[in-house]
Design a protein around this ligand. Sequence first.
Ligand code: UDX
Length: 464
Amino acid sequence: MVHTHIVLISFPAQGAINPIIQFAKNIKRMGVKVTILSSVFAQNRMTKATSSTPDGLTFVAFSDGYDDGIKLSDNQELFRSEYKCRGSKALSELIKTSSEEGCPVTGVVYAMQLQWAAEVAREFNLPSAPLWVQPATIFALYFYYFNGYGELIKKICDDASCAIELPGLGKLTSRDVPTFMLPSNTFSIGLPGFKEQLDALDAEVNPKILVNTFDALESKALRAIGKHNLIAIGPLVPSAFLDGKDPSDNAFGGDLLQKSRDYVEWLDSKPQSSVVYISFGSFFNLPLKEMEEIARGLLESNRPFLWVLRALTDGENQEDKLSCKEELEKQGLIVPWCSQVEVLSHPSVGCFVTHCGWNSTLESLVLGIPVVCLPQFTDQPTNAKLLEDEFKTGVRATKNEEGIVEAGEIKECIELVMGDGEIGEEIRRNAKKWKYLAKEAAKEGGSSNKNLRAFVEEIEGGFQ
Ligand code: UDX
């Protein structure tokens, strides 16, 4: 019998690597041989922290040009074409050598942006599927944009007072849509990229899209588009926090950024559910003016806090720029990076002030932590709407006329979520409910576990 051997191809960003690493660990536990193909840059970072390198996963790297000096920010087009060209070649070679070595590749799973991987899989007659690492709601919304609802969606994007209702997605205003849809959008990727990906998927007979979500969480959005088969296989969060099958699987084991560990002892010294954790993910840096507001909001809340402020690319510490740095250091701890899942699972953490990246959103649900939402760009506004209106585990902070969330608003939101009032109590009850439902989905025989097993079996059968 041919052993199932799946190649996973990740986009080199932390928000894309974490779910693919977790996906790898999950299918490996189902007996699949897994090879992760990534750029030299991503692989070096993933495997450098040897203590956290996931056991038994094989890594193969290709140079995408970044390590030869092609910087993404210098020339995005060149970078993308180099990534495609060098990645396709590396995947073809991997498929050929695996066959020669007696462990042939039987399927390919790739980050949705990397459609070239599906083209290569087709050349070798192998089944393939993209992994979508944002919510099903975003997939459905983008799909609607290109399939009959574009004008309606543009209407709300142009007029903040307008609301529309889309099948399976409920009521939406400009505040709820991904920033790539707004007239203010300056990114050339996003919507046009999604259109290309959709067109490419249309070339498949029965496209399957793996989605990092679970049935109970987005049941309507998952079924909103009949044409595409969205398969919920999430939440892709380490097993120790979900099915508990593997207690040693308690971190992502693929950090692109340096981790500091001194915060654990500090958290240990704080009372239960007392700490506010603040992080804006792996990518986005807030302008100083907005950081100053957050800093003052935290001081006014008078609660202990753990704030992740990544060093800037020039190595400069962001906290050094804050006018109230000394006061902050008396009340809380600022770190350049941490293991977020470990922090959110610590008993002293009681609230997460988040940019609402989809991984952070899922991690807050899995670990039952209420949130204050400060969405910035791409899918984050929609994720914030889901957290506030659908999952009901948090509140969205309101911006002032300048588009800034002021200190007083931050303090009020933290009080609402952590305080004794009825709203806070309901939010905390809902957070506990989702923690339970996430575990139910991930456990043996749970909805996501069954979906993933069925997918692996279909790969074994070549998607017949
Ligand atoms: C990007 C996009 O910004 C986001 O909107 C999209 O949904 C996914 O891709 P990012 O901004 O990095 O992701 O945010 P998020 O999706 O939350 O992912 C960040 C990951 O880094 C999380 O898994 C989180 O656990 C991890 N992290 C973050 C840490 O481990 N330590 C930290 O200090 C901060």
